[in-house]
Design a protein around this ligand. Structure first.
Ligand code: IMP
Ligand code: MG
Length: 179
């Protein structure tokens, strides 16, 4: 196993199977709606690629990048680093996110996109860590790949200080790495 990984939480095949199910469900719900999928970089990279390939409806994709995280803890504020280039007014928008943790990032992204007056706005998150949610965050994800315990995970796009994103599975980081 990769250095610093305590154990595999979600192996590659289980990720692919679940993403196929999510894409089928979303394709059915958005039939004829020409959705715009907006991925939140960088963590969503792998998930977005695998997910959109299995969407069977005509759709557009765009990305935005925010910075909200430092090491293994949320830094408390969110900045927009890269904006979308699609005009989403009147469009059915679906946000793609890697992990819904404290909820700061998704709250920021939703508020930001809602100002652009989409016809609808929903959230697909690969991972949900409900134990970490801030009490003031009432937002819910509409589609969740896996609900996971409050552990710091890496791989499949997710990082610790920018490393580990390239792993094809999701693993739990050994606490020695960040202590
Ligand atoms: P939130 O704003 O606290 O919900 O954080 C969401 C963002 O923090 C995610 O989009 C991830 O990029 C990052 N994040 C949260 N938990 C983890 C984790 O366990 N591993 C790696 N990144 C994480
Ligand atoms: Mg993210």
């Amino acid at each position: 196993m990769e250095n610093g990984i305590q154990r595999v939480l979600i192996p590659t095949q289980q990720l692919q199977d679940r993403i196929g199910q999510l894409a089928a469900e979303v394709s059915k719900d958005y039939a004829g709606k020409k959705p715009v999928f907006i991925g939140v970089l960088k963590g969503v990279l792998m998930f977005m690629g695998d997910f959109v390939q299995q969407v069977t409806e005509p759709c557009e994709i765009d990305m935005m990048r925010i910075s909200s995280y430092c090491g293994t803890g949320s830094k408390g504020s969110v900045d927009l680093v890269m904006d979308i280039s699609t005009d989403i007014r009147g469009r059915h928008v679906v946000i793609l996110e890697d992990v819904f943790d404290t909820g700061r990032s998704l709250s920021y992204v939703c508020d930001y996109l809602l100002e652009k007056e989409p016809a609808s706005l929903k959230i697909v998150t690969l991972l949900d860590k409900p134990e970490k949610r801030l009490p003031e965050v009432t937002l819910k994800a509409d589609y969740v790949g896996f609900t996971i315990p409050n552990e710091f995970v890496v791989g499949y796009g997710m990082d610790y200080n920018e490393f580990y994103r390239n792993l094809p599975y999701i693993g739990i980081l050994s606490p020695e790495v960040y202590q």
